[in-house]
Design a binder for this molecule. Sequence first.
Ligand SMILES: [Zn+2]
Length: 440
Amino acid sequence: MSKRTPLRAAWIDGVWKENVSLLVDEHGQFEALEELKAGETGCDFLLPGFVSSHSHAFHRFFAGDGEQKGSGRQLGESDNFWSWRTAMYKEAALLDPDTYCKKAEVFFKELLSFGVTHLVEFHYVHHKKDGSPYAPVTELSEALLRSAKNAGIRLCLLPTYYNKGGFKQNIFPDQKRFYSANLASFLKLAKKTERLCKNYGQDFGIALHSLRAVDQKEIPQILGGLDPAIPVHIHVSEQQKEVYECLRIHGKKPIELFLSSANNKQNLFLIHATHADANELKLLKDKGANIIVCPTTEANLGDGVFPWDDFSSLADGSNLGFGTDANLSVSMWEELRTFEYSQRLLKRNRNIAAPAEHKSVADFLFASAWKTGMKNFSQNNYLQKGALFDGILVDGSCPTLAGSSLENTIPRLCFRSQSNDWLKKTWVRGKVQFAKKPAP
Ligand SMILES: [Zn+2]
């Protein structure tokens, strides 16, 4: 027996279809959107679930704890990205498989309660504190897969290659947990992780931590040996110091350097790209690569502001995604609005982060985040007949949407929501993984 959910409107690739009911069969498979029957009324909205295209789950465990002044003083610096990184290494040292699994499950449930159905996890803590491998070597990857299964979220897990302490530098002691001694040992770990992902019914990709952590000479070999459909992620051009060092050592900026080893058939995701110049962005478009911005983390770490002016002429909504990264926020609406607000503060203007042909910034960014993020997942159509249903139901009677016109629905959610009171239900694989409690 199918379950009917009457709607005011359903979102289909950026267009609202009004007065329909969602039909999901008894196995949780999407059947159809059908016109409302006589006597049926719908006030809620159907959207695809959010994709957070970049996350380090364990950062959520200490989010908000690095905000006291002074962490940079031991390094003789002001508080900055690099002093935060030292604090993050201390947290990474504390992880063990059991607590990792339990805390990640709590975090994944938080994401589901904010409508995030898909998460791309950039996983770089692989080994024990002293750098020796767990038995099996994929113990911490499996901890994450177990948490995702318990919470009911879709995951694309990216085991991460980390082989250097910085440009042409050996690994530092507090990076031992991330370290693969050579490419062959990493690829072995990645292969085993891929099998595990399959067993858990989750998606798989790989990550290169950054050009700081991977020898640039190995990149062609890594990319060349992969099935081009596999997502490949890399942190790039996040901090100016990294850009200057890359230029000094390699004579090229990081994005240009990385893309010189890539071809245009690969499924590439460049995380941050904060200091990309116009030439690098053009190159990125030519290679068909994607940019993932993480606005709340980039603001928190003082990275800088993404160069929208250089990017806007290249953006059609198919190559700009969003991630929660250090997971200070689990609200993707907050990520979208922080992106737009950073541009407004910079330009002293409004309604910036969408190309001219798009009337609504929020609608454009919502669609972009979803389309780009879904390139990490094998099932990537949310209204596909017979597929297990992933989606979110927006409460049309919540205060955020009171009295709203249809065209203001997404802008209101993006710019006005301060909690998750707008979310009524989150489905993943046809099961309700979050449901709003009725008012007492
Ligand atoms: Zn990151």
